[in-house]
Design a protein around this ligand. Structure first.
Ligand SMILES: [Fe+2]
Ligand SMILES: [Fe+2]
Length: 391
């Protein structure tokens, strides 16, 4: 059983040019891995080889020949596993399955239009605007940049599931936007006209764009380091901090009995993101071990600093007026606390020693079985495996 610490205004004129991520983002598409020589018959025959003779001519792969990247083992043989934990992630991901249509949003429609204050609506809409853009970016990054570089099928299979989940998350936000009758084009465009939202997306684009190139050569040590740092940013910060902590303003509303349908949708998403984060960091650790790779401490420190600055600007805009039970200061304090956790998980020193867990209820959002009434919501009982452990 896997175990994790988590389981652990409409704006005026556009101030930024359209992001290349949203208008192309490489566009290489998924490429088939080359068929490895071990699959080919030893002596080519002019006539098609019979299945038996084909099998007899090829050796089964050895688990030890698999590598995270730059591997030469046949990519089409799942077993023997070198990374059984990756297969376990895949099985576990399939136990958290839902669609946004299954969650009752009726009370949210009333809450949004009749109960939320203008400041609370500002928070809600901008959190949603950020999340919608981010999840599309996440889907494209894992599907187009990361997955194709993996050379062990058990890693790719979980990532294929992750690509689907990121698409499901986008569907979920779209369902919320539609149900609440928000202006879709305005919400989706907001990241391009609000600098504080755009700043996070632009930062992510910059850190992820180069590894999207299909000719990015991972036999080059500098490129390998850049790839490891980029995947670390994606898993530990983009998913592990910005998403994980990014739901909390809406959970703060939920704790006061508001927007509970949306919050429940986000609880499902949060469970997925905890796995995405844990898996990505595990892959990075494995990569560093296999390749005898050390991350440059200055580059890591600069990453934390840059991401904290972007998050601070974002929180200052989204929570320009504090709402009951939540503020920009709390948001940033919790970012630092979660950032320390991610650093520990990857074996790095804490970037913010002494940061307090100012939102102790946040981690509980992924483990609600003990708290919810059986008939109140589906989060408690909707799991296909029946054995989820979200420690
Ligand atoms: Fe996601
Ligand atoms: Fe994700």
């Amino acid at each position: 059983m896997l175990s994790f610490e988590d389981s652990t205004p409409s704006a005026a004129t556009p101030v930024m040019p359209p992001s290349p991520l949203m208008n192309g983002f490489g566009g290489e598409g998924l490429r088939l891995q080359p068929v490895m020589p071990t699959l080919a018959p030893a002596t080519p025959s002019p006539a098609p080889a019979a299945p038996n003779s084909f099998r007899s001519s090829a050796q089964s792969i050895r688990a030890n020949d698999k590598r995270v990247v730059n591997g030469q083992a046949d990519i089409n043989q799942l077993a023997p596993f070198k990374y059984p934990w990756a297969w376990e992630y895949f099985l576990k991901a399939n136990r958290n399955h839902w669609t946004p249509l299954e969650i009752n949003m009726a009370q949210d429609v009333h809450d949004y239009h009749h109960k939320l204050t203008p400041a609370e609506r500002h928070v809600f809409e901008n959190v949603l605007a950020y999340l919608t853009t981010s999840d599309i970016l996440a889907m494209r990054n894992i599907g187009l940049a990361v997955m194709e570089k993996m050379t062990a099928p058990e890693l790719q299979i979980y990532q294929a599931r992750q690509v689907y989940e990121e698409a499901l998350h986008t569907w979920t936000y779209q369902h919320c936007i539609e149900t609440l009758n928000l202006d879709q084009s305005e919400i989706y465009n907001r990241y391009r006209v609000v600098p504080e939202i755009h700043g996070k997306i632009q930062l992510a684009n910059r850190r992820l764009d180069r590894i999207l190139r299909s000719d990015f050569d991972l036999t080059n040590r500098d490129n390998l380091h850049e790839f490891a740092l980029s995947y670390l940013f994606f898993a530990a910060i983009f998913e592990g901090c910005w998403f994980y902590n990014g739901f909390s303003p809406i959970f703060a509303l939920q704790r006061r009995g508001l927007m509970k349908g949306t919050a429940e949708q986000l609880q499902y998403i949060m469970r997925d993101e905890v796995l995405h984060c844990g898996f990505g960091m595990r892959v990075v650790r494995q990569l560093m071990q296999e390749e005898n790779l050390q991350l440059d401490p200055e580059a890591v420190a600069a990453m934390w600093q840059e991401c904290e600055a972007a998050e601070t600007a974002y929180a200052s805009y989204v929570l320009r007026e504090p709402i009951l039970g939540y503020s920009a200061d709390l948001h940033i304090a919790q970012f630092r606390h979660i950032a320390n956790r991610r650093a520990r998980q990857i074996g790095l020193s804490e970037p913010y020693p002494g940061a307090l867990n100012v939102l102790p209820w946040l981690d509980e959002q992924i483990n609600l079985r003990k708290e919810k009434n059986f008939f109140e919501t589906r989060v408690t009982e909707y799991q296909t495996g029946g054995a989820l452990s979200w420690e």
